[in-house]
Design a protein around this ligand. Structure first.
Ligand code: ZN
Length: 421
């Protein structure tokens, strides 16, 4: 973790001793996560904190049940240090809400998916609030059953990843053009069945948090996650903070007007980036090339492309050309170090990666083009992202990547569990 992860107010002010303790606690949690199993001496070396400070904070974390002292280390001589790890009894429920299906999972504190299932439903943009409510009740009951099968674990809450934008003050979906969830109080419907703390976020933002906590880019302060599915969503981490904008609406680059004309978008406009670069666009390009085809899902299109079908490949290439065009705009405007692509299209990564990178390089005005990487299992990335939202809220006191609103006040952490389990 870098100092730039801290909210600005903590960098410019003289930190109170409590604030300093909390920052050190966050730093140690990150270090344990990254290097576990790890000894207290190594933690002191890795973080630059005093060994005595490390011991006091580790003692607290053990008492709170977040950390367990486990196996003994092996040194050639001298005493054998005790290694500490995060306590993987802590888990969260995760729901990734997609048009037509919801993926559910139980995810532990290290991002390991312990159990997973999918609930399918017939819901689309034009569905009624009653239909949406019935689908959510169905999903919530399935999540409750999944939770019950892991009753030996300590559940910290429910993380929900959605395609729209969520106003974190009201917990309402403020923008969800491709699904009807905005018509109902999703948060209240889930709360009613599951009775647990809930964090709800845009899927791309959730993936950013997941990359910071579970992924390979824990030290990167400038990242963009692009979720490519029925639409296109973006999550932007700039200078260590998730960009939120007014009413948490930032990141809707999918509705950036790329062309003057084109198909009508779910938002009501025309020419939006997502009408040219989403899964639906890929499918449309295929039907333009193969009007006789009855193929009706992006999944089937991908299967054809993987088999080498030339028209399927050309459709995906066209979709990627448009994806790259939008990415070049984002790269020029935001200077990310990494762009993470989340979506089914990454099944063809060896083909699409060079295409995206070459276009980014061609349009770049600096020699520093961002790395383009794939969250290879897009479903897992979104589920881990949903879980990471909850973990961040309960684990960290000062590190929030801009996810916490000022009005939420201070986090109190979660219920501690027995230290030795
Ligand atoms: Zn649009």
């Amino acid at each position: 973790m870098q100092l730039t992860d801290m909210p600005v107010r903590h960098r410019r002010a003289v930190a109170s001793s409590e604030t300093a303790r909390e920052i050190n606690r966050d730093i140690l949690l990150h270090a344990i996560h990254r290097h576990q199993p790890v000894s207290r001496a190594d933690l002191a070396r890795l973080t630059g904190l005093q060994p005595s400070t490390v011991s006091v904070i580790i003692g607290q974390l053990i008492n709170e049940g977040w950390v367990v002292a486990g196996s003994l280390g092996r040194l050639p001589r001298g005493r054998r240090p005790t290694f500490v790890t995060l306590n993987d009894r802590h888990v969260t429920l995760a729901i990734d809400l997609r048009p037509g299906k919801a993926n559910l999972a139980v995810v532990d504190i290290n991002g390991k998916i312990l159990g997973r299932e999918t609930v399918a439903f017939e819901i689309k943009a034009g569905s009624t609030p009653e239909e949406a409510r019935a689908a959510i009740a169905h999903i919530a009951r399935a999540a409750r059953s999944l939770r019950a099968t892991y009753s030996d674990r300590v559940f910290q809450g429910l993380g929900v990843s959605v395609s729209g934008r969520v106003d974190q003050r009201t917990h309402r979906l403020v923008f969800s053009p491709n699904a009807p969830w905005g018509q109902i109080d999703l948060y209240a419907e889930l709360q009613q069945v599951l009775d647990t703390p809930i964090e709800m976020e845009n899927a791309a933002n959730a993936c950013l948090v997941s990359e910071r906590w579970f992924g390979n880019f824990g030290d990167s302060s400038n990242m963009i996650a692009i979720s490519v599915s029925e639409g296109i969503g973006a999550g932007v981490l700039a200078d260590g903070r998730v960009v939120r904008g007014k009413d948490d609406m930032a990141g809707e680059f999918g509705h950036m007007p790329l062309e003057e004309t084109g198909p009508i978008c779910g938002c009501g406009s025309v020419g939006c980036w997502e009408t040219f670069a989403s899964n639906r666009a890929g499918l449309r390009y295929y039907h333009e090339l193969a009007p006789e085809s009855t193929l009706d899902s992006f999944h089937e299109l991908l299967e054809l492309a993987v088999k080498g079908d030339i028209r399927a490949l050309r459709s995906i290439d066209k979709m990627m050309t448009y994806l790259a065009r939008g990415l070049a705009m984002l790269a020029a405007g935001l200077a990310p170090e990494v762009i993470i692509i989340v979506g089914d299209c990454t099944a063809l990564w060896t083909r699409i990666r060079p295409l995206l990178e070459s276009q980014l390089i061609a349009k770049s005005f600096t020699p520093h083009t961002p790395r383009v990487v794939a969250a290879m299992d897009g479903d897992a990335a979104r589920l881990r992202g949903a879980a990471a939202l909850v973990l961040h809220k309960v684990l960290f006191r000062q590190t929030d990547f801009g996810l916490r609103h000022e009005h939420e006040g201070k986090r109190t952490g979660s219920k501690p569990v027995a230290a030795h389990v």
